[in-house]
Design a protein around this ligand. Structure first.
Ligand SMILES: NC(=O)c1ccc[n+]([C@@H]2O[C@H](COP(=O)([O-])OP(=O)(O)OC[C@H]3O[C@@H](n4cnc5c(N)ncnc54)[C@H](OP(=O)(O)O)[C@@H]3O)[C@@H](O)[C@H]2O)c1
Length: 283
């Protein structure tokens, strides 16, 4: 499988499995199926309340831990030096592992509606300092960000000793966050696409439907191909075994340059409504 080499030399599989909402017994079944389908890169988070299920599925697979690439994330309401250390230990315990391949700050701030309030900057920097120490202790192989826009990145970089390896952003046809992607890359980060299928919100978008028909694929497969072909690491989620397999086989050379440009120029659609500086909105 195609891999990306991160800025610290660690390699990450370009197609991972998203585990949001995979909880309890059904979540364990879904994650186990994903491993059977061939996924070795698993994306979880403390917020998803399924690190135990991920850890169990990995253990029960009988496959060596070193063959997996496991990402987890520090919740935004747990930012800070002590809290980051405590949260990582909790994640390791739940995942039944002694290291994470990638640990991300999930969202940069919680203090919505207070534009004059700067505490998030210090909280991010202190979280990062704790994460850097945990890298040195061998508890994390790479550290990165999620949902960081250029102003959040700049603030963190003022005191960072280790450059972030990844920025995980909502990215799919209809929502491409060009500025954040370009800035992340300029600062040496690999870009990961969360909700690369837009959680199904663009299924009926006429341009995507007709383009998918032209290539003889479904809209979700077109979205995934577009993301891979744009150089994003993708972490699609599915509860269906056949779709898990289908998503792992997505090509990164299917769409013509002309059609790539047409998708890039599409009007905004399918946004989740989640913005790092504001409360989630209904769209
Ligand atoms: N960093 C962050 O803040 C953040 C936020 C959100 C998500 N994430 C991560 O990103 C991952 C993926 O995002 P997501 O779970 O929101 O949604 P997604 O992967 O964009 O879309 C999942 C939806 O697409 C459907 N689907 C998947 N493959 C398909 C296929 N081949 N054909 C037809 N339908 C298909 C699934 O349905 P079925 O299950 O019925 O197949 C499901 O409804 C998450 O699981 C999580 O790990 C990160």
């Amino acid at each position: 499988m195609r891999e990306t080499v991160l800025n610290n030399g660690v390699t990450i599989p370009d197609i991972g499995f998203g585990t949001y909402k995979s909880t309890t017994n059904e979540g364990y079944r879904v994650i186990g199926d994903a491993i059977k389908a061939g996924y070795r890169h698993l994306d979880t988070a403390a917020l998803y309340e399924n690190e135990e299920e991920v850890g169990l599925a990995v253990k029960k697979s009988g496959i060596s831990r070193s063959e997996f690439f496991i990402t987890s994330k520090l919740q935004r309401n747990c930012l800070g030096y002590d809290s980051a250390k405590k949260e990582l230990e909790e994640s390791l315990k739940k995942l039944q592992t002694d290291y994470l391949d990638l640990y991300l700050i999930h969202w940069p701030r919680t203090d919505f509606g207070r534009d004059d309030y700067d505490d998030w900057k210090e909280l991010d920097r202190e979280s990062w300092r704790a994460m850097e120490e945990m890298v040195k202790e061998g508890k994390i192989r790479a550290i990165g960000l999620s949902n960081f826009l250029p102003h959040h990145i700049d603030s963190l970089l003022e005191s960072a000793a280790i450059a972030p390896a990844v920025n995980q952003l909502e990215l799919h046809p209809g929502y491409l966050q060009k500025e954040a992607v370009e800035y992340s890359r300029k600062k040496g980060m690999a870009v990961e696409a969360w909700s690369p299928i837009g959680r199904g919100r663009m299924m009926d978008e006429p341009h995507l439907k007709s383009m998918a028909e032209k290539y003889g694929v479904s809209v979700p497969v077109l979205c995934l191909s577009f993301c891979l072909q744009s150089g994003f690491i993708i972490i699609p989620k599915s509860t269906h075994f056949e779709r898990m397999q289908e998503n792992l086989k997505v090509r990164d050379d299917m769409i013509s340059e002309e059609d790539m440009a047409l998708i890039r120029e599409m009007p905004e659609c399918g946004w989740s409504g989640e913005h790092p500086d504001r409360e989630t909105v209904q769209v």
